[in-house]
Design a protein around this ligand. Structure first.
Ligand code: SF4
Ligand code: SF4
Length: 342
């Protein structure tokens, strides 16, 4: 199948980035086992479960010969203006302020697959992946020429920075492949210097156990006390290493409607979050990546953020949280009260 036609069609469907790589084992797979062995994945045990499949796309999907990698920027200029708020608000990572990207990307990838199928007489055997499949998607994106893997671990494209979602179609045919891009980080270390917890222990190496994105989203238990002050007002994720990246500061901001920050998420008051009920949580955050942290996780993070807020007017809501039947929430609320009063 013609690679140029696939790319033009993907762009017509709205993808900002598209490239094609051979479905080989990417060189980055060499580092995965070592990273897991060192315990840097924390509680993300699912990463070890399918490690062989993760290392080689053809073990995940034996018919795969090529990987079409597509990228969609979620960057919009409203992200900058909303940060200027004097209220004690909870900060949500940029990628999670709009609609759930899984649905948006899957719809576009399946549309691309259907158009490809309509253009060729033989049936295409294919697998569509968005984030959840055991695939080294950043390594695939690099191989497909979408960008290089930056020292903060994200894929950087010179035009769109690292504010991009990635999705892949594994297909059973060979075609013309793209060339990986040269690393553009050079001597820069801004992301490593900006990380408040030292989670980027070396260029290109993340210890997830110290990362605020991991701790506020994936981690289900207690947030280590030593790391709680660094959380600041983050209640879901952390963008600090990305925000300082020079490529992100000058990145194009297409402002796709699906990913524009929802009004309700622009100024998420900590007081309101602290009173959110378990019943309301899935309704309010339906079709949002925020569902991933769960109600307990969000209230745990909120208790820490209030503790960091220096706003003693919020003591009554923390006191209320410290009477929660959930021990996880209680423990973090008690820590928050102590911090506010200290
Ligand atoms: S997301 Fe935050 S905590 Fe994690 S590496 Fe980046 S700056 Fe550090
Ligand atoms: S901040 Fe600098 S070192 Fe870090 S990813 Fe961006 S360019 Fe690379």
């Amino acid at each position: 199948m013609n690679a140029a036609w696939i790319k033009t069609t993907a762009q017509e469907l709205g993808f900002h980035l598209v490239g094609i790589a051979s479905a080989e084992r990417p060189p980055e797979a060499d580092f995965l086992q070592e990273w897991l062995r060192k315990g840097f994945a924390g509680e993300m045990t699912y990463l070890s479960r399918n490690v062989e499949k993760r290392e080689h796309p053809r073990l995940l999907f034996p018919p795969a010969r090529s990987i079409i990698v597509c990228g969609l920027s979620y960057h919009s200029r409203t992200d900058e203006t909303e940060r200027i708020s004097p209220q004690p608000i909870g900060q949500i990572s940029r990628y999670a302020r709009g609609a759930d990207y899984h649905h948006v990307l899957k719809e576009k990838l399946f549309a691309l697959l259907h158009l490809m199928q309509a253009d060729t007489p033989r049936p295409i055997v294919a697998k569509v992946c968005v984030d959840t499949a055991p695939l080294l998607e950043r390594a695939c994106a690099k191989s497909a020429g979408l960008g290089w893997i930056g020292k903060h671990g994200g894929v950087i494209n010179p035009r769109y920075g690292s504010w991009c979602f990635l999705g892949e179609i594994l297909v059973d045919f060979e075609c013309e492949y793209d060339t990986p891009m040269k690393d553009g980080c050079g001597a820069c270390t801004r992301c490593l210097d900006a990380c408040p917890t030292g989670a980027l222990i070396a260029p290109y190496t993340l210890d997830a156990r110290k990362c605020l994105s991991y701790l506020t989203i994936e981690h289900r238990g207690v947030i280590p006390e030593t790391l709680r002050p660094a959380l600041g007002n983050c209640v879901f994720g952390c963008d600090r290493c990305q925000e300082v990246c020079p490529y992100n500061q000058q990145a194009d901001a297409p402002g796709l409607a699906e990913f524009l920050p929802r009004e309700s998420l622009k100024h998420l008051s900590l007081e309101w979050l602290a009173t959110l009920s378990e019943h309301d949580f899935p309704h309010i955050f339906a079709d949002s990546p925020i569902l991933r942290t769960g109600w307990r996780g969000l209230l745990r993070n909120t208790a820490v953020a209030i503790g960091n807020s220096h706003d003693r007017d919020l003591l009554p809501v923390l006191r209320q949280l410290s009477r929660s039947p959930e021990s996880l929430i209680r423990e973090h609320a008690e820590w928050g009260m102590t911090r506010l009063l200290s």
